[in-house]
Design a protein around this ligand. Structure first.
Ligand code: ATP
Length: 284
């Protein structure tokens, strides 16, 4: 076997790596020594009961929180605890509670994402020099391409708050993609969607993966996760309980136990009900 053969056989290094991430809030350990490895073009699911630490983990991956211990690497380089630097490095996200600019148009929302990636010379911007206009034209073109990609071309000029809920979630994804991410983190992308919208979202995530972007998805809909992901990690009370292929995770007795000892269909209904209760409590 030649050296080249050996090199070809070596697995590609992970795009994103979380190593022993621990997050302590006062006396509460929300995450304890959680690791995750994401390959190029891979889709990884993150599941777990309410309060397991899933969103906290995303906040550590995106620089919103500085982990109490552990680190996060993108292409082998440690990420700063600074969300805008993490975005520029190539990690984008959507939020559990949609965060759009409600009074801006659909196109403008995507352009905001694009601008966070652009490096305009301040003088050109201030004086509206040709370079500024070229940059704006390119940003608009790319934003339109992304709206077409997520199926929102028809809504380009609508005000974001007037979009149906499912479309708002797609718009958030388009805005995240406008930053040209290597890694996209989706926090409950199908929450509140009907079965058709959920299936369309699954197809959209596959299409995103096919462009070479790696994806991590938090979802309570277990069937959705098992039908989407290459690997699944299960968090329970801040600890990584199990990780593996959907087949391995689904069959693991600890997962069944952690999810109330019921089959996936019943578990899913329970988790959704618990989630609604949780949200209602949060609003009270
Ligand atoms: N900023 C914070 N300060 C203090 N405690 C926090 C903070 N953020 C999260 N927590 C706590 O950390 C734990 C994990 O919360 P987190 O929101 O990450 O869970 P989750 O798995 O995303 O839950 P859900 O499925 O309900 O969204 C919870 O006990 C939560 O109350």
């Amino acid at each position: 076997m030649s050296i080249t053969d050996n090199m070809a056989a070596a697995p590609a290094p992970p795009v994103l790596q979380a190593q022993g991430v621990t997050m302590v809030f006062g006396g509460l350990t929300a995450l304890n020594n959680v690791s995750l490895s994401l390959g190029k073009g891979e889709i990884v699911g993150l599941i777990g009961p309410n309060g397991a630490g899933k969103t906290t983990f995303f906040n550590c991956l995106t620089g919103l929180y500085l982990p109490s211990r552990g680190r996060v690497l993108l292409d082998g380089s440690q990420l700063a605890a600074d969300p805008s630097k993490v975005t520029i490095a190539g990690v984008a996200r959507t939020f559990q509670n949609i965060r759009l600019f409600p009074n801006m148009t659909v196109l403008e929302n995507v352009m905001v994402g694009r601008h966070s990636r652009m490096r305009q010379d301040p003088i050109s911007t201030l004086l509206r020099l040709p370079a500024f206009h070229r940059g704006e034209r390119a940003a608009r073109e790319r934003s339109r391409e992304l709206l077409e990609f997520v199926g929102l071309t028809r809504a380009e000029h609508e005000v974001a708050r007037n979009l149906p809920y499912g479309d708002q979630r797609r718009l958030e994804i388009a805005r995240a993609l406008a930053t040209d991410p290597k890694v996209l983190l989706l926090d409950e992308p199908t929450a509140g969607m009907n079965p058709q919208e959920t299936e369309a979202t699954r197809q959209l995530i596959f299409a995103i993966r096919d462009t070479g972007v790696s994806v991590v998805v938090i979802e309570h809909d277990i069937k959705f996760i098992f039908g989407l992901c290459d690997k699944v990690s299960v968090l329970v009370q801040g600890e990584l309980l199990v990780e593996g292929t959907p087949e391995v995770v689904r069959a693991d007795p600890r997962v069944v136990e952690a999810y109330l000892g019921k089959p996936p269909e019943e578990v899913e209904a329970d988790v959704r009900a618990a989630s609604t209760e949780h949200d209602t409590r949060g609003e009270a």
